[in-house]
Design a protein around this ligand. Structure first.
Ligand code: GRF
Length: 188
């Protein structure tokens, strides 16, 4: 059985789709859901699905390697970042080289990097009058949104589409592809 940990900071709609997609899977299990926000709805989703959770504290996360012990306890093989807003520290990138995937709501390398998350991305895409946007699923390294790209999917943008319309169209792609891409990476 391959065990996945999902890291999320907020709503967790991507995490919810991943959990649903892998429910009763023969060889892959969402073994742990981790958040940096005690009030994140994703933790409620975890409880509803009887998935263990872990709350991160910034000091511990960046100044100790205690998390590696927790991940080992749950025999975690792979990490999916599903709306996780903290930069992944070097010890974790190194311990899980090419085993951490992130989903970014834009077509990297454009519209990536520090501060480019959520609506900030879609507002920038809209301001630049882009004709398309989309998603990028990539391996994680020590820099925001710069790891090797695994998969991209795009969607057209009409001139009258405002940032919230763009966000909705991109979120559909996230939900459609992140679960199946994660599954394919674990089955390789
Ligand atoms: C999504 O837009 C995702 O691309 C980005 O953070 C957001 C997560 O949304 N990384 P949710 O918490 O999964 O609903």
């Amino acid at each position: 059985m391959k065990n996945i940990a999902i890291f999320a900071s907020g709503t967790g709609s991507n995490a919810t789709k991943i959990v649903a997609h892998l429910k009763n899977h023969a060889s892959i299990k969402v073994a742990l859901i981790i958040s940096n926000k005690a009030t994140a709805p994703v933790l409620q989703m975890a409880a509803t699905n009887n998935i263990p959770t872990l709350l991160l504290h910034r000091q511990d996360f960046y100044n100790t390697e205690n998390l590696l012990t927790n991940l080992a306890e749950y025999k975690i093989d792979f990490i999916a970042l599903a709306g996780f807003l903290w930069l992944i520290p070097p010890y974790l990138v190194q311990a899980f080289e090419n085993k951490i995937a992130n989903i970014h709501p834009a077509l990297l390398p454009k519209y990536g990097g520090k501060g480019m998350y959520g609506m900030n991305v879609h507002k920038a895409v809209h301001a630049n009058k882009e004709k398309e946007s989309g998603i990028t699923i990539h391996f994680v390294n020590e820099h925001y949104d710069e790891g090797n790209i695994i998969f991209q999917a795009s969607c057209p943008i009409d001139p009258q589409d405002d940032p919230s319309i763009i966000q909705k169209q991109v979120l559909v792609l996230e939900h459609q592809y992140f679960p199946t891409i994660i599954e394919s990476l674990l089955l390789m």
